[in-house]
Design a protein around this ligand. Structure first.
Ligand SMILES: [Zn+2]
Length: 471
């Protein structure tokens, strides 16, 4: 058989690819417990997005399976062995500042803008069309190929946990949910809540009561918005002036607003992926930096002090005493992603720590536990995902690297990242694309996009890769 011209085959189907992707991106598949139910554990919209993909598979003649709305798969081919391609259908919340509506996909200058365009619906659709091409070209494969789609990647990974408790583990596989060329190592993750219990502390000698402090929606994102509500006998005018002064000196957007019985302070930052907290602007940390200079009630002051002492200006765990690095994945990072404080109620900060391959998770936890205990706080809701590593000599790595080199003419450098992908849920797995070297990273940010040419190139690469692994 003549050699398949993979990219040409993609171009023959490109209108259809974009059309289906636009439909897929229009579904607001954000985690929503309020609409969760049977068959929709992560809410109605994530269930709809999953079913959308499975319906495509059904329509095109693949075997499909919906595993109780947690995850599902689209399968092709016959054989003992199974190759897995893992992608997710859920997206992070849109955040502020979009040029066009995040769920009304828009094409400008060859770029498709929408929440999920690059993370991870674009790549999921690319992988689907890759499989579809192999099927339509009638290429013979000796292994089964499964596109496995999860619904909770951006939050708690309940999807793949549930799925792999019930379904077969692929012999090897990849996930199109990071960067090209190839990611063989990923940092370990520790998510936790730094929890404080209200002791109904006395309110003697205060100027302001910290009535509320809220920021962030996801632990893996840098919060771009923070709000504090203050009440008390303090001088409102004076405090408003101080806010203005702080915003000016620190070049931060925000404002203070007076209401009947309180003063509200808003600060705006810059959202960024939680794996690179130093590249965003954490609105909550800036607001806490400001509030440190305000005379607050005992409990409020302690919360703000803790944030300043442990997190402000410390993205690599320096203040927590857990800073470390290796030459594969670099530095340990700390993202303080969700803040919740209400006067006389329990309060918390949710943090995401990403540590190097050889990091010791229990040592890290012990250290953090000790630090937060100085503020009467403790750790709860700890979620651990160990670091992940795939041997460079493994046939999976060798094959994907060769395919990448053939299609791009570029050397396939093996990389390591701080992000966590589904690759780590596989016994043998790597992350493979979709962001090409030198291209901006827009995942989890406003105006997220995928360049259409990159989408087509990625589809061609995935098609050849799947074929070479399964032939
Ligand atoms: Zn993703």
């Amino acid at each position: 058989m003549a050699q398949v011209q993979w990219l040409d085959e993609v171009y023959k189907r490109k209108d259809q690819l974009v059309e289906e992707l636009v439909k897929f991106l229009s579904i607001e598949s954000i985690l929503d417990e309020s609409t969760a139910g049977s068959g929709a554990p992560f809410g109605a919209k994530i269930a709809e997005a999953l079913q959308f993909m499975l319906d495509l598979g059904e329509r095109d003649g693949f075997r499909t399976r919906n595993v109780d709305g947690y995850a599902g798969h689209i399968e092709y081919g016959h054989g003992e062995e199974l190759i897995g391609v893992l992608a997710h259908v859920d997206v992070v919340p849109a955040g502020d500042g979009w040029t066009t509506h995040p769920f009304d996909p828009s094409i400008r200058d060859g770029k498709l803008y929408a929440r999920g365009a690059i993370d991870d619906k674009g790549p999921a659709m690319a992988a689907y069309f890759a499989m579809k091409m192999i099927k339509e070209l009638g290429l013979s494969v000796s292994k089964r190929i499964r596109l496995i789609l999860g619904g909770d990647e951006e939050s708690y990974w309940r999807c793949m946990k549930y799925y792999f408790e019930r379904e077969e583990m692929p012999g090897m596989g990849f996930t199109p949910d990071a960067d090209f060329p190839l990611i063989i190592a990923e940092k370990g993750f520790l998510d936790m809540k730094v929890m404080g219990t209200s002791e109904q502390a006395r309110l003697k000698g205060y100027e302001w009561v910290l009535d509320e402090f809220v920021a962030g929606q996801r632990v893996n994102m840098v919060p771009d918005y923070a709000m504090a509500k203050l009440t008390g006998p303090g001088d409102v005018f004076d405090l408003k002036m101080k806010v203005q002064e702080f915003l000016m000196t620190h070049q931060i957007q925000g404002f203070a607003e007076e209401a009947d019985d309180h003063l509200k302070i808003i600060m705006k930052g810059r959202a960024h992926h939680g794996s690179e907290p130093e590249k965003g602007l954490n609105a909550a940390l800036e607001l806490a930096r400001f509030l440190k200079e305000v005379e607050l009630d005992v409990e409020g002051a302690r919360y703000i002090q803790m944030i300043n002492d442990l997190f402000v200006d410390s993205f690599f765990g320096e203040k927590l005493g857990i800073a470390q690095e290796d030459d594969r994945v670099g530095k340990l990072t700390v993202n303080a992603g969700v803040f919740q404080y209400k006067h006389r109620e329990d309060h918390y900060v949710r943090i995401n720590v990403r540590y190097p391959i050889k990091g010791n998770s229990s040592e890290i936890l012990t250290e953090i536990e000790e630090k937060v205990s100085n503020y009467g706080m403790r750790l709860t809701d700890i979620d651990h995902k160990p670091a992940h590593f795939c041997e460079p000599e493994h046939p999976l790595v060798q094959t994907l690297a060769r395919v990448y080199e053939e299609q791009t003419g570029q050397k396939a450098e093996l990389m390591a990242i701080g992000g966590g992908t589904y690759a780590r849920t596989l016994d043998t797995g790597v992350a493979f694309g979709p962001v090409f070297p030198g291209k901006p990273e827009t995942a989890h940010q406003k105006d997220e996009f995928i360049e259409l040419e990159d989408l087509f190139k990625a589809t061609a690469i995935y098609a050849q890769a799947i074929y070479e692994l399964a032939k």
